[in-house]
Design a binder for this molecule. Structure first.
Ligand code: GDP
Length: 404
């Protein structure tokens, strides 16, 4: 699953685990459930078949099912990388599509056409409003609440929207979607995205271990900041790490909330430190992530969560003047010159300039002699220098390296 930018289009690509028609075991059933959920949430479906398997009865059945969803479907035949395979691919016309797309994902053949076809089926992207274009941090803060079933999302939602807060009606034009809830928190306009999803899940699917990753991805992608709610009795699971990874990939802000803290057994004064360490071990790729502790049941800790969210937002909207960045760079280069890169020992990385080119997340553009010479560890070093010098403690930072 990833976020894709193609021309002006931005969409989320979900790779399902294959649609089996006769699930034999538990895993298959789950894969199928997720695949079906993905299809039901999708705007466009790419049905991928394999020329080396030939046309199978399963392909027919899957197409039959996909037709019933009335979603636009693009049929692709993969692994077509020579002429004889091109001939074999002809049998896929039997599936009744006008124009199956022959591709070879491995050799990157036909992928461009596939992307063009996908985009042609998507609504034309909206232009950002003038206000958004000028300052993406202006306007309402979009906040998503995600997490597994039963961790307490709907209860948290109610706590956040507690009686004292004024809920803004959607007519005010603050929400983009009828599923969202706009409200004001300490004078800040906040839109909670996909609140209808949280409520519905809370009521209808209670008890069923169903984590709609797809729905969560949608919510994360529409948010500036995501609250990843976990349960004190289980802490961060692999699925939570997966969602956190998506927020990281999409450069969204993330706050981990450990809910049901009232049930935590190890109640001594260091318990929160230990719990925070456990979360951070799991989410090792984002050591800066803020962790908050709540008991939505008792309405405890909610204000700290909201304050953390607002502070994080402020940090993500900060802009560092070019001169200060240039000083930082000179200092960083002086105390640790870029080491030679393996296999290109005679070449050296030169960084001539750095400036901040964006916010939310703060984005820094380094002008270099050759972007290939930037080693991962040196990039991390520069990121840490920026963090330490300018006090970016809790947000994702984006570093971009461009040739002179
Ligand atoms: P959701 O599926 O994530 O929306 O979870 P719900 O908000 O529906 O809560 C699931 C269950 O956990 C309910 O029975 C709640 O009463 C309970 N719950 C939620 N928050 C807390 C909490 O902070 N402490 C305790 N002890 N129980 C909670």
């Amino acid at each position: 699953m990833c976020e894709v930018w193609w021309d002006d289009y931005r969409f989320i690509l979900i790779d399902t685990g294959g649609l089996e028609t006769k699930p034999e075991g538990h895993i298959n059933e789950r894969v199928q459930e997720q695949a079906e959920m993905a299809v039901s949430d999708a705007d466009v479906v790419v049905f991928m078949t394999d020329v080396t398997d030939g046309l199978t009865p399963t392909d027919h059945l899957v197409v039959d099912r996909l037709r019933r969803t009335f979603k636009p479907v693009i049929l692709t035949v993969n692994k077509v990388d020579n002429e004889s395979r091109e001939l074999s691919a002809a049998e896929f016309y039997q599936l009744g599509f006008d124009d199956p797309l022959l591709i070879s994902a491995y050799h990157n053949l036909g992928v461009y056409q596939l992307m063009e076809r996908i985009c042609a089926l998507l609504p034309y992207p909206e232009e950002p409003t003038e206000e958004e274009a000028e300052d993406p941090a202006a306007g309402a803060l979009n906040l998503a609440i995600v997490g597994r079933t039963n961790v307490g999302k709907s209860m948290m939602l109610n706590s956040i929207l507690g009686e004292e807060r004024s809920i803004v009606s959607p007519e005010a034009g603050t929400t983009r979607d009828a599923l969202d809830t706009a409200f004001s928190y300490d004078g800040n306009d906040v839109v909670l995205v996909d609140t209808a999803g949280i409520r519905r899940r809370g009521q209808v699917q209670r008890g069923i271990e169903q984590y709609s990753v797809i729905r969560a991805v949608n919510a994360v992608s529409r948010s500036d900041i995501t609250l990843l709610v976990t349960d004190a009795t289980e802490m961060a699971t692999a699925q939570d790490a997966h969602i956190a990874g998506l927020a990281w990939d999409m450069c969204r802000g993330l706050v981990v909330v450990v809910n049901k803290w009232d049930l935590a057994r190890d109640g001594d004064r260091y318990a929160q430190h230990r719990a925070e360490a456990r979360v951070k071990t799991r989410l090792h790729f984002m050591p800066y992530v803020p962790v908050c502790f709540t008991s939505a049941l008792h309405g405890q800790g909610i204000n700290v969560v909201m304050r953390t969210v607002l502070e994080l937002r402020q940090e993500r909207s900060r802009f560092v003047p070019a001169r200060e960045l240039q000083y930082m760079l000179a200092d960083a280069l002086a105390s640790h010159t870029p080491p030679p890169v393996k296999r290109r020992p005679r070449e050296r990385l030169f960084i001539s300039r750095v400036r901040q080119v964006g916010v939310n997340p703060p984005t820094f553009l380094f002008t270099v002699n050759s972007p290939d010479l930037v080693h991962f560890s040196y990039q991390r070093y520069l990121e840490n220098r920026i963090r330490d010098t300018f006090g970016f403690d809790r947000t994702h930072l984006r570093l971009v390296f461009k040739r002179q």
